[in-house]
Write a protein that binds this ligand. Structure first.
Ligand code: DQA
Length: 141
């Protein structure tokens, strides 16, 4: 089973970046644990701070993969192009946000991707990525 995780801007700084909001674990540490726990999964990981690279990654993983777990970070709230890319591809996408964006500033309440994804997991920390993964695993059974 092939699962892609795509992270948007500033998520490369997880662990150091506003730890009160995003926690103190780096994505790499979390991802290494995830890979150890789910050895049967073929994982593909991509992070970029550049909008167009995220669109290209969605196109690349969007055909022939079993699921995409996407945290578009700040582009969630601004990017029509990322929303369009999700609509254009075949692979189901789950949107994940580490923080509860609805409890934060009003500009974080709008998502250009929520209406195009299979579902959204918001505010449950890094655990949200694992919950998205188990959804894809269970749907394949
Ligand atoms: C985020 C929430 C976004 O509003 C923010 O811009 C991020 C991270 C989250 O995972 O909580 O960079 O997507």
């Amino acid at each position: 089973m092939k699962i892609a995780i795509i992270n948007g801007p500033n998520l490369n700084l997880l662990g150091q970046r506003e730890p009160g909001i995003y926690g103190s674990s780096s994505f790499e540490d979390f991802f290494n644990e995830l890979k150890k726990k789910y050895t049967a999964i073929q994982f593909y990981y991509f992070q970029s701070n550049i909008e167009g690279e995220l669109v290209s990654a969605l196109q690349q993983y969007g055909f022939g993969y079993d699921g995409i777990i996407l945290n578009p970070a700040a582009y969630t709230h601004t990017s029509v192009a990322i929303g369009d890319a999700i609509a254009a591809i075949k692979t189901p996408v789950i949107e994940v946000h580490i923080s509860n964006v609805h409890a934060r500033e009003a500009f974080r309440h709008l998502s250009h991707v929520s209406a195009k994804v299979a579902g959204s997991i918001i505010g449950l920390g890094l655990k949200g990525y694992e919950l998205a993964l188990t959804y894809f695993i269970d749907s394949k059974k």
